[in-house]
Write a protein that binds this ligand. Sequence first.
Ligand code: ZN
Length: 436
Amino acid sequence: MALVLDNALLLDIDPIRVERGGLRLENGMIAARGPDVVPMSGDTVIDCGGAVVMPGLVNGHTHLYSALAVGMPPPREAPRNFMEILQRVWWRLDQALDADSIETSALIGAIAAARCGTTTLIDHHASPRTIEGSLDRVESGIARVGLRGVLCYETTDRHGARGREAGLAENDRYLARVQSAGRGQFAGLVGAHASFTMDDAALAASAELCRKHNAGIHIHVAEDPCDEADCRQNHRCSVVERLSRFGLLTPQSIFAHCTNLPTSDISRLQDAGVTVAHNARSNMNNGVGYAPVGAMNGQMMLGTDGIGGDLFAEAKAAWLIARHAHAEVSPGNIVQMLARSARRASESLGVTLGKLEVGAAADVVVTDCVPFTPLTSENAIGHVLFGLHAGHVKHVFVAGRPVLQDRRVTGCDEAEACRTATSVGAALWRRMDAIP
Ligand SMILES: [Zn+2]
């Protein structure tokens, strides 16, 4: 049976295009679009009332495991730099995670994403005391909401050879599983923390997994100057050069942040076709600097780095910091980052995301935003950055199935999920408090 979204203001972001008309969703795909789409008998019809209808958004880099950190007690001593933020906050939180809190975090993060019109999450997971099977629990939390996910486990040497081997094994296991059972909803990448916490053996084994599964690596790169400094001191080269020596500069690779790269390495990433995940709000929150978005135009996608699932807010922040920093980017370049997130997820999942075109996945956001100024293909970018916001999101479909209806998630009881999360989160914080 088909679902027809009638009387819509279709707003495409890749490329930017605005058209009045309808969308026919059938068999998980967009079967027709435009002014000629009319409901037929037997169709389910939603009258969009002339409001904006968009493709579902894709979070290019996130950490669902941090969803229960909202309101968490601060560390006893306030962190003074990026390394202390990791050591005193995130590297204690990830150690406190158990299987149930992993799934609950993913569930709460996925609900928050759905409410913002985010339908696919490229996630980077860490739970050093609960590694085996952890990606299944992340997947389960996302699946309960009905979203899509591209998942990985962050391999690192922070917990010795055993931790490293368990991280590699979890990536290997999950990649093998989703290759046969992902069905376009779930896919995997080879997760890696960052150069400064990985020995050569960890990088070599990660590169081997990339080749084995024909998957890209998903790694933090030069998020803070400490990553580059560590590499120069211990490996006598830049982070990008080190990753290159392991064959990790490929069009499948996702490098998160790239905030502090030497200019010569930026062009190497461009030549290799690496996708860089820009996380404007996280970078500001951590005080790690501003990514060279002007120089990396066209290869950047947008992520939240765990600060919620709201890509409207992230895009606006990315634009504001670009203005503040006098970066050579246009508002259109910021919207292109949203498009790039969808393209990168599409490559992993094997479906077309981020487009309202015939044959694309029926991942669609219906808003209640009826513009109060003209909205055309020529000025749509301004509406995306300054008109639309997550509060406009009314219905969300993934593969044609409703995951949000009248602002209520359909896949689970949200109130019950929040009650569970409150107690799971409190227990998580207590365990964390006991970790030195
Ligand atoms: Zn990150």
